[in-house]
Design a binder for this molecule. Sequence first.
Ligand SMILES: Cc1cc2nc3c(=O)[nH]c(=O)nc-3n(C[C@H](O)[C@H](O)[C@H](O)COP(=O)(O)OP(=O)(O)OC[C@H]3O[C@@H](n4cnc5c(N)ncnc54)[C@H](O)[C@@H]3O)c2cc1C
Length: 141
Amino acid sequence: MPQGVAWIKDAATDIDPEIRSVALSSGGSVTYDYLVVCPGIQLDWDKIPGMAEAMESPAASSNYRYDLAPKTWDMIRNLKSGTAVFTQPSGPIKCAGAPQKIACLAADSWRKQGVLRDIRVVMVLPTPGIATRKSNRPPCW
Ligand SMILES: Cc1cc2nc3c(=O)[nH]c(=O)nc-3n(C[C@H](O)[C@H](O)[C@H](O)COP(=O)(O)OP(=O)(O)OC[C@H]3O[C@@H](n4cnc5c(N)ncnc54)[C@H](O)[C@@H]3O)c2cc1C
Protein backbone atom coordinates (compact mmCIF):
# COMPACT_ATOMS: atom_id res chain seq x y z
CA MET A 1 0.00 0.00 0.00
CA PRO A 2 1.29 3.50 -0.77
CA GLN A 3 2.06 5.65 2.26
CA GLY A 4 -1.01 7.43 3.61
CA VAL A 5 -3.41 4.81 2.19
CA ALA A 6 -5.51 2.63 4.46
CA TRP A 7 -6.76 -0.66 3.01
CA ILE A 8 -10.08 -1.58 4.60
CA LYS A 9 -10.38 -5.35 4.21
CA ASP A 10 -14.14 -5.48 4.19
CA ALA A 11 -17.05 -5.53 1.72
CA ALA A 12 -19.18 -2.50 0.99
CA THR A 13 -22.84 -3.36 1.42
CA ASP A 14 -24.48 0.02 0.88
CA ILE A 15 -23.69 3.58 -0.16
CA ASP A 16 -25.56 6.58 1.17
CA PRO A 17 -24.56 9.59 -0.97
CA GLU A 18 -26.70 11.94 1.16
CA ILE A 19 -24.50 11.51 4.20
CA ARG A 20 -21.46 10.36 2.17
CA SER A 21 -21.19 7.06 3.92
CA VAL A 22 -20.36 3.50 2.90
CA ALA A 23 -21.76 0.68 5.03
CA LEU A 24 -19.47 -2.32 5.61
CA SER A 25 -20.40 -5.99 5.95
CA SER A 26 -18.71 -6.10 9.37
CA GLY A 27 -21.33 -3.64 10.58
CA GLY A 28 -19.30 -0.44 10.59
CA SER A 29 -19.31 2.43 8.11
CA VAL A 30 -16.85 4.78 6.50
CA THR A 31 -17.49 8.37 5.45
CA TYR A 32 -15.87 9.97 2.42
CA ASP A 33 -15.24 13.27 0.65
CA TYR A 34 -15.04 11.68 -2.80
CA LEU A 35 -15.98 8.12 -3.72
CA VAL A 36 -14.75 6.06 -6.66
CA VAL A 37 -16.64 2.78 -7.10
CA CYS A 38 -14.92 0.06 -9.17
CA PRO A 39 -16.34 -3.33 -8.14
CA GLY A 40 -15.34 -5.13 -11.35
CA ILE A 41 -17.51 -7.74 -13.02
CA GLN A 42 -19.47 -10.38 -11.12
CA LEU A 43 -19.23 -13.84 -12.63
CA ASP A 44 -22.70 -15.29 -13.05
CA TRP A 45 -22.40 -18.91 -14.10
CA ASP A 46 -26.15 -19.50 -13.73
CA LYS A 47 -26.89 -17.27 -16.75
CA ILE A 48 -25.84 -20.24 -18.89
CA PRO A 49 -27.79 -23.41 -18.03
CA GLY A 50 -25.46 -26.13 -16.79
CA MET A 51 -22.38 -23.90 -16.59
CA ALA A 52 -22.11 -23.85 -12.78
CA GLU A 53 -22.26 -27.67 -12.73
CA ALA A 54 -19.77 -27.85 -15.61
CA MET A 55 -17.24 -25.82 -13.61
CA GLU A 56 -17.34 -28.50 -10.91
CA SER A 57 -16.93 -31.31 -13.45
CA PRO A 58 -13.54 -32.62 -14.61
CA ALA A 59 -14.33 -31.62 -18.23
CA ALA A 60 -14.58 -27.82 -17.93
CA SER A 61 -12.68 -24.94 -16.37
CA SER A 62 -12.45 -21.16 -16.59
CA ASN A 63 -9.55 -18.81 -16.06
CA TYR A 64 -12.03 -16.06 -15.23
CA ARG A 65 -12.23 -17.68 -11.76
CA TYR A 66 -8.72 -17.43 -10.41
CA ASP A 67 -9.02 -20.50 -8.21
CA LEU A 68 -9.85 -22.58 -11.32
CA ALA A 69 -6.69 -21.59 -13.22
CA PRO A 70 -4.69 -24.48 -11.65
CA LYS A 71 -7.48 -26.84 -12.79
CA THR A 72 -7.11 -25.51 -16.33
CA TRP A 73 -3.40 -26.27 -16.17
CA ASP A 74 -4.06 -29.82 -14.89
CA MET A 75 -6.50 -30.40 -17.78
CA ILE A 76 -3.91 -29.15 -20.29
CA ARG A 77 -1.09 -31.15 -18.74
CA ASN A 78 -3.03 -34.39 -18.68
CA LEU A 79 -4.66 -34.21 -22.14
CA LYS A 80 -2.81 -36.38 -24.63
CA SER A 81 -5.48 -36.74 -27.34
CA GLY A 82 -9.04 -35.67 -28.16
CA THR A 83 -10.72 -32.31 -28.67
CA ALA A 84 -10.06 -29.16 -26.63
CA VAL A 85 -12.62 -26.37 -26.98
CA PHE A 86 -11.74 -22.81 -25.91
CA THR A 87 -14.52 -20.23 -25.83
CA GLN A 88 -14.52 -16.47 -25.66
CA PRO A 89 -17.85 -15.31 -24.28
CA SER A 90 -19.86 -12.52 -25.81
CA GLY A 91 -20.93 -9.61 -23.61
CA PRO A 92 -18.83 -7.75 -21.05
CA ILE A 93 -15.85 -9.84 -19.92
CA LYS A 94 -12.72 -9.10 -17.96
CA CYS A 95 -10.30 -9.72 -20.80
CA ALA A 96 -11.08 -10.64 -24.39
CA GLY A 97 -7.53 -11.87 -24.90
CA ALA A 98 -7.58 -14.28 -21.93
CA PRO A 99 -9.33 -17.18 -23.74
CA GLN A 100 -7.10 -16.66 -26.78
CA LYS A 101 -3.97 -16.56 -24.65
CA ILE A 102 -4.74 -19.82 -22.85
CA ALA A 103 -5.57 -21.52 -26.18
CA CYS A 104 -2.15 -20.51 -27.55
CA LEU A 105 -0.35 -21.49 -24.33
CA ALA A 106 -2.14 -24.87 -24.28
CA ALA A 107 -1.31 -25.58 -27.93
CA ASP A 108 2.32 -24.64 -27.26
CA SER A 109 2.41 -26.99 -24.26
CA TRP A 110 0.96 -29.85 -26.36
CA ARG A 111 3.48 -29.09 -29.12
CA LYS A 112 6.34 -29.33 -26.62
CA GLN A 113 4.95 -32.62 -25.27
CA GLY A 114 4.67 -33.96 -28.86
CA VAL A 115 0.91 -34.58 -28.59
CA LEU A 116 -0.43 -31.60 -30.55
CA ARG A 117 -1.05 -33.68 -33.67
CA ASP A 118 -3.44 -35.89 -31.66
CA ILE A 119 -5.45 -32.98 -30.24
CA ARG A 120 -8.08 -31.04 -32.19
CA VAL A 121 -7.93 -27.46 -30.89
CA VAL A 122 -11.16 -25.48 -31.37
CA MET A 123 -11.40 -21.74 -30.61
CA VAL A 124 -14.98 -20.40 -30.50
CA LEU A 125 -15.19 -16.63 -30.92
CA PRO A 126 -18.11 -14.18 -30.90
CA THR A 127 -16.11 -11.98 -33.30
CA PRO A 128 -15.16 -12.46 -36.99
CA GLY A 129 -11.62 -13.39 -35.98
CA ILE A 130 -8.86 -13.10 -33.38
CA ALA A 131 -7.89 -9.44 -32.82
CA THR A 132 -9.58 -8.35 -36.05
CA ARG A 133 -10.29 -4.71 -36.74
CA LYS A 134 -13.97 -5.68 -36.95
CA SER A 135 -13.81 -6.99 -33.39
CA ASN A 136 -16.02 -4.85 -31.14
CA ARG A 137 -13.59 -5.02 -28.25
CA PRO A 138 -9.84 -4.65 -28.02
CA PRO A 139 -7.89 -7.71 -26.94
CA CYS A 140 -5.62 -7.14 -23.94
CA TRP A 141 -2.60 -9.27 -24.74
C1 LIG B 1 -7.33 -14.64 -17.07
C2 LIG B 1 -7.31 -13.15 -17.23
C3 LIG B 1 -6.26 -12.56 -17.93
C4 LIG B 1 -6.21 -11.18 -18.11
N1 LIG B 1 -5.15 -10.65 -18.78
C5 LIG B 1 -5.06 -9.32 -18.93
C6 LIG B 1 -3.94 -8.72 -19.58
O1 LIG B 1 -3.02 -9.40 -20.02
N2 LIG B 1 -3.92 -7.37 -19.71
C7 LIG B 1 -4.92 -6.57 -19.22
O2 LIG B 1 -4.85 -5.35 -19.36
N3 LIG B 1 -5.98 -7.11 -18.59
C8 LIG B 1 -6.08 -8.45 -18.43
N4 LIG B 1 -7.16 -9.00 -17.79
C9 LIG B 1 -8.24 -8.10 -17.38
C10 LIG B 1 -7.97 -7.39 -16.08
O3 LIG B 1 -7.62 -8.34 -15.09
C11 LIG B 1 -9.25 -6.67 -15.70
O4 LIG B 1 -9.66 -5.86 -16.77
C12 LIG B 1 -9.05 -5.81 -14.47
O5 LIG B 1 -8.64 -6.60 -13.39
C13 LIG B 1 -10.33 -5.11 -14.12
O6 LIG B 1 -10.07 -4.28 -13.01
P1 LIG B 1 -11.22 -3.74 -12.10
O7 LIG B 1 -10.54 -2.99 -11.00
O8 LIG B 1 -12.24 -3.06 -12.95
O9 LIG B 1 -11.96 -5.04 -11.53
P2 LIG B 1 -11.39 -6.20 -10.59
O10 LIG B 1 -9.94 -6.49 -10.85
O11 LIG B 1 -12.39 -7.32 -10.73
O12 LIG B 1 -11.46 -5.57 -9.12
C14 LIG B 1 -12.70 -5.31 -8.50
C15 LIG B 1 -12.49 -5.51 -7.01
O13 LIG B 1 -13.62 -5.03 -6.31
C16 LIG B 1 -13.90 -5.94 -5.27
N5 LIG B 1 -15.31 -5.78 -4.89
C17 LIG B 1 -16.42 -6.06 -5.61
N6 LIG B 1 -17.53 -5.79 -4.92
C18 LIG B 1 -17.12 -5.30 -3.73
C19 LIG B 1 -17.81 -4.83 -2.58
N7 LIG B 1 -19.14 -4.78 -2.50
N8 LIG B 1 -17.07 -4.42 -1.53
C20 LIG B 1 -15.71 -4.42 -1.57
N9 LIG B 1 -14.99 -4.85 -2.64
C21 LIG B 1 -15.71 -5.29 -3.69
C22 LIG B 1 -13.60 -7.30 -5.86
O14 LIG B 1 -13.39 -8.25 -4.84
C23 LIG B 1 -12.31 -6.98 -6.63
O15 LIG B 1 -11.17 -7.13 -5.82
C24 LIG B 1 -7.24 -10.37 -17.57
C25 LIG B 1 -8.29 -10.95 -16.88
C26 LIG B 1 -8.35 -12.32 -16.70
C27 LIG B 1 -9.49 -12.93 -15.92
